[in-house]
Design a protein around this ligand. Structure first.
Ligand SMILES: C[S@@+](CC[C@H](N)C(=O)[O-])C[C@H]1O[C@@H](n2cnc3c(N)ncnc32)[C@H](O)[C@@H]1O
Length: 330
């Protein structure tokens, strides 16, 4: 997917306005473009700090051990998400680990937070937090063996990660993260802002980017802040987390796009917009409709991707009828 999208990159700089997991920013960085990454959520911002802005700092073995050092913490995870989401033992380690990571400064702080997020996700099926209560109950009742016998191969792997000591998994995660850290010789920037505010800022500062990549959420798609709520609460170390990420999930998303394009017009000439439409759920926006709005600003063409997302759908349901497309300005 990143290959197809990057074949449309133009020039020496790219702004990834809805960065998410940062796959497109990483691709642009590897092509030696100057990257400006942005996302409204800290869960994405930290990835950008760790992997895009950071050019050389890596996670050492000592850093991993430092997560295990006993330290004062607020027991947020243990008190609120255990045993429903995490086993008590795992929750206690996570409380300690995040408290230790938070003591560090950027980019070490974000590198260690990223390692802990990856550790958490290694224990979650479909990367979600909705399931698992029953598994934790069986673990509490010493029924690990029955649990593993019942589980599918994929789920069994996640359960084994819940049951095992986090150190070896974290060491593997460390190597995996370190292998994606490199210097591309550019000053890359990362922001945690609303997309409109970010474009306003670039406009105010009279800055231009060669390529603007827009991969927003869309109507009836999973709301990230709902899906990742527990992760966001853990990362922000509080239960009241409000992430204003609903703009493009609403029925009037097309109007929001038009407003976004009005701002984008002063910041970049080359836009790559990635979106989808699902006729079953009437989710997203039909390609032709969005193309018509883009063409009010610039000549553009649409590319339909006959790519079937197997796991893109965070709920794990089949999305075979989802139509993914790219709109690229000329
Ligand atoms: C579809 S994902 C991006 C996926 C990304 N391209 C990748 O490769 O992982 C959409 C992202 O937009 C972010 N987002 C939603 N509303 C936003 C807004 N108003 N401003 C900035 N980011 C927003 C969400 O937090 C989410 O991470």
């Amino acid at each position: 997917m990143a290959e197809i999208i990057s074949s449309h990159f133009y020039g020496k700089s790219l702004c990834d306005l809805f960065m998410g997991g940062a796959s497109i920013s990483i691709k642009a960085k590897s092509m030696n473009m100057r990257v400006i990454g942005n996302d409204i959520a800290y869960r994405s911002y930290l990835i950008g700090e760790a992997l895009i802005k950071n050019q050389k700092e890596k996670i050492t073995e000592e850093d991993v051990y430092s997560l295990f050092v006993p330290t004062e913490n607020n027991h947020l995870i243990e008190q609120n998400f255990s045993p429903e989401v995490f086993t008590p033992k795992f929750a206690q380690f996570l409380d300690k680990g995040f408290a230790n990571a938070k003591k560090r400064t950027a980019p070490k702080k974000q590198l260690l937070e990223l390692a802990l997020v990856k550790l958490i996700l290694s224990t979650r099926q479909f990367g979600g937090f909705q399931v698992g209560k029953q598994d934790n109950e069986m673990i509490a009742n010493n029924q690990e063996r029955e649990l593993l016998e019942l589980a599918s191969e994929a789920r069994g792997k996640k359960i084994k990660n819940i049951l095992s000591h986090p150190l070896p998994t974290l060491m593997r995660i460390k190597d995996q993260i370190n292998s994606s850290i490199f210097d591309n010789g550019q000053v890359n920037e990362i922001y945690q802002m609303d997309a409109f505010d970010m474009l306003e800022r670039l406009k105010r500062e009279n800055r231009q980017v060669d390529t603007l990549y827009l991969d927003s959420p869309y109507k009836n798609s999973v709301l990230y802040s709902a899906h990742y709520r527990i992760l966001d609460q853990i990362l922000e170390q509080k239960l009241e987390v409000e992430i204003e990420d609903k703009t493009f999930n609403k029925a009037d998303a097309l109007d929001s796009f038009e407003k976004l394009f009005t701002l984008a017009n002063s910041v970049s000439n080359k836009w790559i917009i990635s979106l989808g439409y699902n006729p079953d759920s009437d989710g997203g926006i039909k390609g032709e409709e969005l193309l018509a709005v883009v063409q009010k600003f610039k000549p553009a063409e649409i590319f339909y991707l006959d790519h079937i997302w197997a796991i893109n759908n965070l709920s794990g349901k089949s999305q075979s009828r989802n139509v993914e497309y790219l709109i690229v300005t000329k």
